[in-house]
Design a protein around this ligand. Structure first.
Ligand code: GEK
Length: 240
């Protein structure tokens, strides 16, 4: 576990947009755990669904792997899987290499510093995208979900987690308020919360639950299931 997140203690002093740099990498686990309700449950669901859907001699992908938490969850579900973990943050990938390289129990995971919009994906039975496409532009999201569909073998699954908003503005505001309280109860001050929100403006762009389902359907996925709903965060399982 890394350091405690106090990056926005003074608000967004520099006015800079949020990036996954060294400073964020150093506190990432604390940051995601205190900011994303249901994060740990999403990891358990990855293990559970990998156990159910992994098919031997196929790849599993962890797209936007950060520090590899989803990769470790995949590995718990399929001990003989070959896992390819991709992230375009050099700080994140360097930290993964430092933590896991050379350790026998993690040799199934290969970490790649790559922009996922340019990666080639093949022969997969399980692809995990845990809170990542919210950082891509809309055209890139369409192309990525289609690329994932094409890379999956029949009965393969995409497990997708995202922050969402509601079509109804009042519901968005209501849940936004409860999410704010969730972060406060995890020790963030109002200044920290608003500082991070400013820095994420235009960087993390949410869509509605329906947007994600309709994108998956138009990419070809046959079934869609909502497997986790916690405030304004969702996890879906889409099956080919
Ligand atoms: C987890 N999945 O712990 N190409 C590759 N990586 C990208 C791209 C891109 N174009 N855009 C963003 N990322 C993890 C948590 S965090 C979620 C994922 C969050 C990467 C980015 O560098 C970061 O590491 C990750 O997506 C998002 O289960 O911070 O809310």
């Amino acid at each position: 576990m890394g350091k405690q997140d106090n990056i926005f203690e003074g608000g967004n002093l520099s006015g800079l947009p949020f990036t996954f740099n060294q400073e964020v990498t150093d506190v990432f686990e604390d940051m995601i755990d205190r900011s994303v309700p249901g994060y740990k449950t999403s990891l358990s669901l990855i293990t559970y669904n990998t156990k159910k859907h992994y098919q031997p001699k196929t790849h599993c992908y962890d797209i936007g792997c950060s520090l590899g938490a989803s990769s470790l969850s995949i590995l718990k579900g399929a001990k003989d899987a070959k896992i390819i973990a991709i992230d375009n943050s050099s700080a994140m990938i360097e930290e993964c290499e430092k933590r896991y390289k050379g350790l026998e129990q993690y040799k199934a995971i290969s970490f790649r510093e790559e922009d996922i919009t340019e990666s080639t994906l093949t022969n997969a039975s399980v692809i995990v995208v845990n809170y990542v496409i919210q950082f891509l532009n809309l055209r890139q999201r369409d192309a990525l979900i289609k690329k994932i569909y094409d890379a999956l073998i029949p009965k393969g699954v995409l497990i997708l987690s995202e922050k969402v908003h509601y079509e109804n503005r009042y519901e968005t505001e209501r849940v936004f308020q409860i999410h704010h309280n969730f972060k406060s109860s995890n020790g963030y001050t109002d200044l920290e919360i608003s500082g991070k929100r400013d820095s994420l403006e235009g960087v993390l762009v949410t869509e509605s639950e329906e947007d994600h389902i309709s994108r998956a359907k138009s990419s070809g996925f046959i079934t869609s299931e909502k497997i986790l709903s916690n405030l304004n965060f969702r996890t879906f399982k889409f099956t080919k």
